[in-house]
Design a protein around this ligand. Structure first.
Ligand code: UDP
Length: 364
């Protein structure tokens, strides 16, 4: 009998398993996929650690979380400086002085602020949706060029029908600083995420290629408590309805060139290009890359259904209403701990998932 059966070998499962094992508990980890690391999974080709399920850039402000991940990998000094393209022009992301300069030719923060002030949506209440949030933050030009079509592509919804919270992720700053994240710590694990997860799981029993739902009773009988990191609605047999997600398709090519796009992340913000961004993986970690080889991936938003990977929870009112019912049920269930993007139905970053696992483990 194990202390914990952990369903899912992604970031929540790995963190929880590590903490529990360090505290002298026994864990069995199972995962439906043939590999560990969940959506952080990376695979090496030509010395390039390809991020198979989309770009994962680690960042945090939290000392505890940063020192936790240091145990399993050496992080490089990668800084995310994405660029965005539309109407034949290149803009810097986050929205910074570089973006305002490219948009309007302004060169000082005061000029940029004035320009935004001229076209900003002025509300005397909180923005109701993503469009209002964006227009009140950066005004019409940036909204039309860099947000509107990208967002429609990404979510296949009108920005008026999306929650304001999504765009709060996007940084705005009036300095010549094009580091996307505000956090104190940032980097990519040298040698790839998969190697980092292997270290997290050291000394822990992990079985991949196992679908918990195919034999629930069997797996439940193996442990005193369950840590579940899959979809919370599936756990409860969809009894209150099915939660919606957005999925992604990835088109990857290996090219015999040294430098294809000159940056790790390039966003394609126009409506007529089907992908939202293109990743050139070598720029995340250049330490072992072979000469004259590069791997690029186009990331194309996709309708989600049960057979596809659920990447982004749709945090609108309808879905949150359904989720709250599941959460109430989960709160009464002392035998199961729910954690991660799918079980908590939250648009989490990696460091937030680790934070959640630390907190749930310590409360347990
Ligand atoms: N977004 C945008 N233009 C961009 C990048 C992002 O309008 O060039 C919006 C879009 O609605 C997206 C949200 O900001 O869903 C969050 O973007 P982020 O890049 O943080 O998302 P992730 O990396 O998690 O896909």
């Amino acid at each position: 009998m194990y202390d914990y059966l952990i369903v899912g070998a992604g970031m929540f499962g790995a963190t929880f398993a590590r903490l529990a094992t360090d505290a002298g508990k026994t864990c069995l980890v199972i995962d439906k996929r043939e590999h560990i690391a969940g959506n952080c999974y990376s695979k090496e080709i030509h010395g390039i650690h390809q991020h198979i399920y989309g770009p994962h850039i680690f960042h945090t402000n939290d000392e505890k979380i940063w020192s936790f991940v240091q145990r399993f990998a050496t992080f490089n000094n990668f800084v995310n400086r994405p660029i965005a393209m539309n109407f034949g022009k290149v803009f810097s992301l986050p929205f910074s002085m570089y973006t305002f300069n490219a948009m309007w030719g302004v060169t000082t923060p005061e000029e940029a602020l004035n320009k935004i002030e001229e076209q900003r949506l002025k509300l005397d209440r909180e923005p109701y949706n993503l469009e209002e949030q964006a227009l009140s933050l950066v005004g019409t030009d940036i909204y039309e060029t860099l947000i509107k079509d990208y967002t429609k592509k990404q979510w296949k919804k009108d920005p008026k029908d999306l929650p304001a919270s999504i765009i709060k992720r996007l940084p705005v700053r009036f300095t010549w600083d094009n580091n996307y994240f505000f956090d104190k710590y940032q980097g990519i694990p040298i040698g790839g995420y998969t190697a980092m997860f292997e270290k997290m799981f050291e000394g822990i029993e992990v079985e991949t290629g196992i679908d918990y739902f195919e034999n629930r009773d069997h797996w439940n009988s193996k442990a005193k408590q369950i840590v579940f990191t899959g979809k919370i609605d599936e756990f409860y047999d969809f009894k209150f309805g099915e939660l919606e997600y957005r999925s992604l398709k990835f088109e990857t090519e290996v090219l015999d060139v040294d430098n294809y796009q000159g940056n790790a992340v390039v966003n394609y913000n126009s409506a007529d290009v089907p992908w939202t961004r293109m990743i050139e993986h070598k720029y995340f970690d250049e330490s072992t890359v072979e000469k004259n080889k590069t791997v690029i991936t186009k990331e194309i938003p996709d309708e989600w259904d049960r057979n596809k990977t659920a990447y982004y929870p749709i945090g609108d009112e309808l879905n949150m209403g359904i989720f709250k019912k599941y959460r109430e049920l989960a709160n009464q269930d002392d035998n199961v701990i729910f954690g991660g993007r799918l079980a908590e139905y939250r648009y989490y970053d990696m460091h937030q998932v680790i934070g959640s696992a630390i907190s749930k483990f310590s409360k347990n």
